[in-house]
Design a protein around this ligand. Structure first.
Ligand SMILES: [Zn+2]
Length: 64
């Protein structure tokens, strides 16, 4: 089994982990049914629809 020859410095580890911080913000697409911003390939959180089909029940009278 391959084994690292040298211990990785704290700096090297920090540089690698710092890459996580610059992940892009997930982009949103408007829901075709209600126009609410949602993530692509996800059920719409506002209307509960995915591909013209109700997937999850959404409580309607939350906002007053
Ligand atoms: Zn929707």
């Amino acid at each position: 089994m391959a084994v690292p020859k040298r211990r990785q410095s704290k700096s090297r580890s920090a540089i690698r982990r710092a890459q996580v911080m610059k992940q892009p913000v997930p982009h949103f697409v408007p829901c075709p049914r209600c126009g609410e911003a949602r993530l692509p390939h996800r059920v719409c959180p506002a209307c509960g629809y995915y591909k013209d089909r109700m997937v999850v029940e959404v409580p309607q009278d939350e906002k007053t």
